[in-house]
Design a protein around this ligand. Structure first.
Ligand SMILES: Nc1ncnc2c1ncn2[C@@H]1O[C@H](COP(=O)(O)OP(=O)(O)OP(=O)(O)O)[C@@H](O)[C@H]1O
Ligand SMILES: [Mg+2]
Length: 505
């Protein structure tokens, strides 16, 4: 006899239920924690808007206005939830709308960064996901509920804690059903509709309906501990923050405002960055509807925040900020090899300028830093340097500066060896260095190897002259044997007579 999967699910459910009733029948100490709010005591929140604002402004540059709004709404949301916990039923506002937030702003201006900083600071469970995950895989339905289940996981399985978490949905503009398309994108508006329920209030099953494994686990746990854990999580107090770049929204707004007529167009061309957020700042619900959102969806995001673009000056300020993730991150990369990395102001200005040209906001910073420093990061750990100062020349021409460092390191190596072996301190004239490097390139040898070829006999000669220092000139490189011979001839007599006269006195 074959058993279909639905049969086995049914059998399992029966088994699970009978086991539950056995447990409750057999033990007095068992209590069942199922159903509505457990929460009360668990949730503590103790931040004021200005406190959070100050914290965010320490890290985030050029978004003062957005931060003001976000910090205030987030704090009020959680403080209000805290208050409502303690209010008698009749004083609570029925069906009140919570302050879910919609962040609009181009790539790399700090949307995710701000929300991450908030979640870390206030210590509530936090889940971030890309809305595209739900449209692209074609999942419509229970999938968005995974976000809520994930929140429980983030809260170390503490459901009460998870019920006061933050769900951050990025790239939400990608679930707009494009109004320019011929047919409405069913799966996209489907995702919006599924989110609607969660964003307002829904009970989400902690176990996915057909997850046999987790049900078995729950049954075992119930038998072991005598507890049947709550299986649902309510989303009423969960704060939803959505964000996206909303490319194309600008055009919708411009069209609505009949933009050319009020002369913003020339502004647009001249100050591309400035005008972008200026226009987006005019966003109205109707624009978002035209962009492809359901009115109910937008209705559940009552707080709209438009972030500023980051221009060259802001990028520079981001780098100058002592909490700069890019600069500090790179410093740590080099410190891992025992090299202290530092930057001149000019170098930072130049890097900011390059990053601005990439039009990817602060994300551009990371890529320009990599472009300049990647070779250094590879080669320097094998050299003898303990510090590296990045200046504008180095940003302009990373290869040339690296070559210089390599040569210097080679010289250092050769000089150190020479000194250790012979107690003689060698110096190189610039012309000589250039010639040696040329030769090294032609013969495909290291700088040090060329020096060893050329100057292996020099130690003996220099000792003969009782010198502790010797300067390598271009002439010495061109004809090393002839040069030292002449040098001895010219200097030996002198040294000899000198020492004789010294002996006489
Ligand atoms: N305004 C800012 N001040 C300081 N650092 C910033 C700012 N904006 C971005 N950054 C830096 O750039 C990184 C990337 O920014 P973030 O992830 O917030 O971009 P985003 O706005 O979410 O862009 P996307 O739309 O591509 O997701 C951050 O981790 C942070 O280090
Ligand atoms: Mg982001």
């Amino acid at each position: 006899m074959s058993v279909s999967s639905s049969d086995s699910q049914k059998k399992f459910d029966e088994f699970f239920q009978s086991m539950e009733s056995d447990i409750f029948a057999n033990s007095d100490s068992v209590h069942k924690e199922e159903g509505p709010p457990v929460t009360e005591s668990n949730f503590t929140f103790d931040f004021k808007p200005e406190e959070l604002e100050t914290h965010l402004n320490k890290y985030v540059v050029g978004q003062e206005h957005s931060i003001e709004v976000i910090a205030t709404k987030v704090c009020t949301h959680f403080n209000r939830m805290k208050l409502e916990q303690s209010l008698p039923e009749d004083e609570r506002v029925a069906g009140s709308i919570k302050s879910n937030i919609l962040l609009i702003g181009p790539t790399g201006v700090g949307k995710t960064y701000i929300i991450k900083l908030i979640a870390d600071k206030i210590g509530v469970p936090f889940v971030k996901a890309d809305a595209t995950k739900f449209s692209e895989t074609g999942y419509v339905g229970g999938d968005v509920e995974d976000l809520v289940r994930e929140l429980v996981h983030e809260a170390d399985e503490d459901i009460a804690k998870a019920e006061y978490g933050i769900i951050y949905l990025d790239e939400v503009d990608k679930i707009a059903s494009s109004s320019t398309g011929h047919s409405i994108d069913v799966s996209r508006s489907g995702v919006q509709r599924n989110l609607l329920k969660l964003m307002e209030e829904a009970d989400v099953d902690l176990k996915t309906p057909h997850d046999l494994a987790s049900q078995v686990e729950a049954a075992m746990e119930a038998q072991r501990t005598g507890h049947v854990k709550r299986k649902k999580i309510n989303t009423k107090n969960i704060l939803f923050i959505c964000s996206g770049a909303f490319s194309g929204l600008k055009d919708i707004i411009k069209k609505r405002m009949n933009f050319q007529a009020i002369g913003f167009d020339s502004l647009d061309k001249e100050h591309h960055n400035y005008s972008e957020s200026l226009i987006l700042g005019e966003t109205r619900t109707e624009d978002l509807l035209e962009y492809g959102f359901e009115s109910e969806f937008i209705g559940r995001l009552p707080v709209t925040v438009v972030l500023n673009d980051v221009d060259e000056e802001v990028l520079y300020q981001i780098l100058k900020n002592k909490y700069s993730t890019v600069v500090n991150g790179k410093k740590l990369d080099f410190r891992a090899y025992g090299i202290a990395l530092s930057f001149t102001d000019g170098a930072l200005r130049l890097l900011a300028k390059r990053a601005a040209a990439e039009h990817t906001g602060a994300r551009g910073l990371l890529s320009v830093f990599e472009k300049v420093l990647i070779k250094y990061e590879k080669i320097m750990p094998s050299l003898h340097y303990t510090e590296l100062l990045v200046n504008s020349e180095m940003v302009e021409n990373p290869e040339r500066k690296l070559k210089e460092l390599l040569i210097n390191d080679n010289i250092k190596g050769f000089r150190a060896d020479f000194f250790a072996a012979h107690n003689i301190y060698l110096e190189f004239e610039d012309d000589a260095l250039e010639l040696i490097q040329k030769r090294a390139n032609v013969e495909h040898k290291s700088f040090k190897a060329i020096c060893e070829d050329l100057f292996h006999d020099y130690a003996y000669a220099i000792k003969l002259l009782k010198q502790e220092k010797f300067t390598i000139t271009a002439a010495a490189v061109e004809d090393s044997a002839g040069y030292i011979e002449r040098y001895i001839r010219e200097n030996f007599k002198e040294t000899h007579t000198q020492s004789e006269s010294e002996n006489q006195t």
